[in-house]
Design a protein. Structure first.
Length: 488
């Protein structure tokens, strides 16, 4: 086999100097004179230009060879290469926020509805769906009395549960609504809370689950003052837009009857166009979408088709007994961080094998082929918040960059973002990234502290050298949780 071209170790191209030397050698043997000794000779000029063009063809061949592999292709060639594995580059996407919209019942919010945050600069959001505000899909509602009639029953039905009060002669609107509210609050289910706005004679009914949509029925002697429904809004700009709860409150363009809005739930993160480096990493995960192993197929389907998912793992109990993790016999458990509950449930249902149950604390009813509701369960990871203390020892006669702390924080946060659910935190694995970021470092000592509270302040000590993470947990950190110091 030739040492050039496609070899056992990959492609090996002929370089310009090798090509020129071979041409000169062949001509010298054929002509009987030494060709190439005089750089200004006619043959040397001709051979040099020819060798250069032939070398370009070798380089083109090498580029074609590398463009066929997802691990070496770039740009459009990479897009073409990953398609052989049934995947593609993630396109730019907006960030989606479920917004609690308080409206007069019956109005329709369409794609022209525009709201914005109260931040500076403001971030604008457009409605991603057309939805009519109705008590049949509410999260919060204000109920009022239409007419008072002694002996009449005033009834509120919430998700099929009835709360009824018979009006007395001496009752006013406030008394009727207050009695209904007491019945709702006394319910053992605790699915709703009710409070009386005595100034306006309104009963404010709120779902305990701020993300839920619920059905409400009223007798004719009751009606709604306003209904709060959850509607998805997409950011005008692509990429991840992070805002605190209650920051999206300004109405810019909306139909009459749109009273107020607020973001009270988590969001589905958007993204910029997937880079070549990101695509190569995601390709390895997504290529299992046609795997014969069910857990790999489910994980790949979730990562490929669910926007905003940052990590996913799927576990299976094949035995006839409940396993040590609490999974029932012949079941799977998906632990997913990010993304929409409904999107994740749809992918699980589409990929899970028949006869296998799903396990988890998040339950979603997905419409089946016969319009029946199929319950799909999965879990969200519990966050382990990790604090780092990094002590750097600088080599003698070395100058440490003034922004060394920022460089270390960047190295650690980027490394932590690559850690998925159920993966332990081993700071020793971060050392190569820190050495690469900060020149002049001779030794690095990293200690950690872990907590499940996101609000816990800076620890007084860092007792651990690593963090063990269970299958239903995920370790996270931020720049604010990283302390960097110089030794001596």
């Amino acid at each position: 086999m030739s040492e050039y071209g496609i070899t056992d170790s990959g492609v090996n191209i002929k370089r310009f100097d090798t090509i020129l030397a071979e041409i000169n050698a062949d001509q010298s043997e054929g002509l009987g004179v030494q060709v190439g000794s005089n750089t200004r000779s006619f043959l040397n000029v001709l051979n040099t230009s020819m060798a250069d063009k032939i070398a370009e063809l070798w380089e083109l061949g090498a580029e074609i060879y590398h463009s066929l592999s997802p691990m070496s292709a770039e740009g459009v060639a990479l897009d073409n290469a990953v398609q052989f594995g049934g995947t593609s580059r993630e396109s730019p996407r907006s960030t989606y926020y479920p917004i609690h919209c308080e409206c007069t019942e019956g109005i329709t919010l369409d794609a022209n509805t525009l709201i914005e945050s109260d931040t500076n600069p403001a971030v604008k959001f457009l409605s991603s769906e057309q939805k009519t505000i109705s008590r049949s899909a509410f999260n919060r509602a204000k109920v009022k009395v239409v007419s008072l009639q002694a002996g009449e029953a005033y009834t509120v039905a919430l998700n099929g549960n009835l709360y009824s009060y018979t009006c007395k002669q001496s009752d006013g609107p406030g008394e009727v609504l207050g009695e209904i509210g007491d019945l709702i609050n006394a319910d053992e289910l605790k699915a709703f809370t009710a409070s009386l706005d005595s100034e306006n004679d309104l009963l404010v009914i709120e779902a305990a689950d701020v993300e839920s949509e619920n059905a409400m029925l009223l007798t004719d002697n009751l009606t709604t003052q306003s209904v709060t429904a959850i509607i998805n809004f997409a950011s005008e700009e692509v990429g991840e837009v992070t805002l605190p709860n209650g920051a999206i409150t300004k109405i810019v363009t909306a139909p009459t009857g749109f009273l107020s809005c607020a973001n009270l739930c988590g969001y589905i993160a958007g993204r910029l166009l997937e880079t070549d480096v990101e695509l190569r990493k995601s390709y390895v995960d997504k290529i299992f979408n046609r795997s014969s192993r069910m857990t790999d197929s489910i994980r790949s389907a979730i990562l490929t088709n669910c926007q905003g998912v940052t990590a996913a793992e799927v576990y299976e109990n094949r035995t006839n007994k409940t396993d040590d993790a609490g999974r029932p016999p012949h079941s799977i458990e998906a632990v997913v961080d990010g993304g929409s509950n409904s999107d994740i449930a749809e992918q699980i249902l589409a990929t899970v094998a028949g006869g296998i149950t799903t396990y988890g604390s998040v339950s979603v009813d997905v419409p089946g082929e016969d319009d029946d509701a199929i319950e799909v369960c999965f879990n969200r990871p519990t966050y382990i918040y990790v604090w780092f203390k990094v002590t750097l020892t600088i080599s003698r006669a070395s100058l440490v960059p003034s922004n060394y702390a920022e460089l270390v924080e960047t190295a650690i946060t980027e490394a932590m973002e690559e850690i998925g659910t159920g993966e332990d935190v081993v700071p020793q694995q971060f050392l190569k990234d820190i050495y690469a970021q900060v020149p002049g470092v001779s030794y690095i000592d990293i200690s950690v502290y872990q907590t499940t509270s996101s609000s816990e302040g800076k620890p007084s000590s860092y007792p651990d050298k690593s963090v063990e993470v269970s299958q239903r947990e995920r370790a996270v950190t931020s720049s604010a949780r990283i302390e960097v110091a110089l030794d001596g």
